[in-house]
Design a protein around this ligand. Structure first.
Ligand code: BTN
Length: 254
């Protein structure tokens, strides 16, 4: 695969001094690698792409499976000091979806969906800097996108792939489309918080108005998100704001 790392660097470096782009053929996980580097004190802004991951990670300790050429797996690592971190994954989702296609919707808190099928996921982790200077942490924003359709495997719902919407899509072209807007939006989030993204998320909220089931057993109807990006669910016990990253939500069958 041919990655135009220089074009990405040219678009992003003016926004992020010290920024580099790195493409590796194989890694355990781009998130794991950037967290390892951060723990060693390496806190420069970087976009790290792995053509293949053999220990990709998803939310809630799940695996993220992908194969070379059929998916795009990368992480953006950078120092970040927002006043409030809540809603960052929603802002990232909105940025990526908008950069790619109007039909991509967002499933709270960090999935990209096509219809009711998963197209991609976002895994955000942070590491503290030694001195905790001015509240800044090193943020690792990992994104995995299915580019080419693959067999459903053991998943109950077969995943979606970007080529269903963009037949010519490949990893390098998709990354080139996403990278600049993503960095700009993450910097906007740092400045203005989730307030700047609430409307953008709502435009693509896949759950709004739908019956949902929480992993703790609660059932209800999704009613959008609040100002901090918590999911609002109307339940028998009243309106609940779900912020816990430990809770998973799925829509009831239509
Ligand atoms: C999820 O859906 O639970 C999140 C999936 C995130 C996958 C990406 S692929 C690049 C980065 N490296 C990882 O190990 N995970 C993220």
């Amino acid at each position: 695969m041919i990655w135009r790392a220089e074009a990405i660097w040219e678009a992003v470096a003016p926004l992020l001094p010290g920024f580099t782009v790195e493409v590796l053929p194989l890694l355990d996980s781009t998130n794991t690698e950037l967290m390892r580097r951060a723990r060693k004190g390496l806190g420069d802004p970087v976009l790290l792409v792995a053509e293949q991951q053999n220990a990709g990670r998803g939310r809630l300790g799940r695996d993220w499976l992908s194969s070379a050429g059929d998916s795009l797996t990368f992480s953006l690592g950078l120092p970040l000091a927002p006043a409030d971190w809540s809603g960052l994954s929603l802002a990232v989702g909105a940025s990526v979806a908008e950069a790619l296609h109007p039909d991509i919707v967002l499933k709270w808190p960090n999935d990209l969906w096509l219809g009711d099928r998963k197209l991609g996921g976002i895994l955000i982790e942070t590491a503290s800097f030694g001195d905790g200077a001015a509240g800044a942490r090193y943020a690792v924003i990992g994104i995995g996108l299915n580019i080419a359709p693959r067999p459903p495997g053991g998943l109950s719902t077969p995943p979606a792939a970007l080529r269903e919407l963009l037949p010519q899509a490949d990893g390098p072209a998709v990354l080139e489309r996403i990278a600049g807007p993503l960095v700009r939006d993450v910097q906007r989030f740092e400045r203005d918080g989730f307030a700047a993204f609430r409307h953008r998320f709502e435009q693509r909220d896949a759950l709004r108005g739908r019956a949902v089931q929480l992993s703790d057993g609660t059932a209800g109807t999704a009613q959008g998100v609040d100002a901090g990006g918590s999911l609002l669910v109307h339940t028998a016990a009243g309106l609940q704001a779900i912020s816990s990253s430990e809770v998973s939500v799925r829509p009831a069958a239509r």
